[in-house]
Design a binder for this molecule. Structure first.
Ligand code: GDP
Ligand code: MG
Length: 243
């Protein structure tokens, strides 16, 4: 999955700019944290501005180095959005399966990407927080769950059916996954599917992705985190490249 240490022979390596989009609190930053650090923070502080992290994904015959841009997701940053997804080769559009309004928002992002982003962009629709609805892991979140059996809890928590979201994803030619950043379910799979879906022709060399954002990327490589919202003192510790 996402580890370069076991590589035995050098493989061509390509950088891919990936952006995260979706309503606030659906778990975008948590998915990145799970993918990059294999970690989860139950009471994660909200992202302010944008964070930048990198992680490699090993494919059989090449290495994809994801340059991950995690947006704040709040409406007030919507006007900055084109800056985030400019030159992006991949996008994770995330919703929360317990919150139908977040799927509506996700559809808006998909439409915007289809209108404005690079034509070959690979988009994955991701329904997160699966652990709240399924016994796919040892832990169940307590949503007033005392004495409620798992099946009943599933009915209570899930508000967006897999079928509905999947049908939409198929219509729009999106990759589709339901994930849990909490348990890690399907998180690596999303990134691997995206890596596999990037057309060979759009892959550039190691320094390739995001030409228009190169100075920010350089800065990020020093600090592992870029605060595009300069001046608001957002400096929460966050791990960087785990490659
Ligand atoms: N139960 C559960 N909670 C999650 C999951 N992913 C994120 N969260 C929680 O949802 C809240 C918002 O997550 P965050 O990653 O900050 O969302 P973002 O605003 O989209 O970046 C935090 O309290 C997370 O701990 C998940 O898969 N399952
Ligand atoms: Mg966030």
């Amino acid at each position: 999955m996402a580890d370069s240490t076991t590589a035995s022979a050098p493989k061509p390596s390509s950088s891919v700019k990936l952006v995260l989009l979706g309503e606030a609190a659906v778990g975008k930053s948590s998915l990145v944290l799970r993918f990059v650090n294999n970690d989860f923070q139950p009471n994660k502080e909200p992202t302010i501005g944008a964070a930048f992290l990198t992680q490699k994904c090993q494919l059989p015959n090449r290495i994809i180095k994801f340059e991950i841009w995690d947006t704040a997701g709040q409406e007030r940053f919507a006007s900055l959005a084109p800056m985030y997804y400019r030159n992006a080769q991949a996008a994770l559009v995330v919703y929360d399966i317990t919150k139908p309004s977040s799927l509506v928002k996700a559809k808006h992002w998909v439409a915007e990407l289809q209108r404005q982003a690079s034509p070959g962009i690979v988009i994955a629709l991701v329904g997160n927080k699966l652990d709240l609805c399924e016994d796919d892991g040892p832990e169940q979140d307590q949503q007033d769950g005392e004495g409620v059996d798992e099946q009943q809890e599933d009915e209570v928590a899930r508000k967006v059916s897999t079928e509905e979201a999947k049908a939409y994803a198929e219509e729009e030619s999106l990759l589709f996954f339901e994930t849990s950043a909490k348990t890690g379910h399907n998180v690596g799979e999303v990134f691997t599917a995206i890596a596999n879906g990037i057309p060979e022709a759009s892959l550039k060399g190691p320094k390739g992705a995001g030409a228009g954002t190169q100075s920010a990327i350089s800065a990020a490589q020093d600090s592992t985190r870029v605060n595009l919202n300069a001046g608001n003192g957002n400096a929460g510790p966050k791990e960087g490249c785990a490659c």
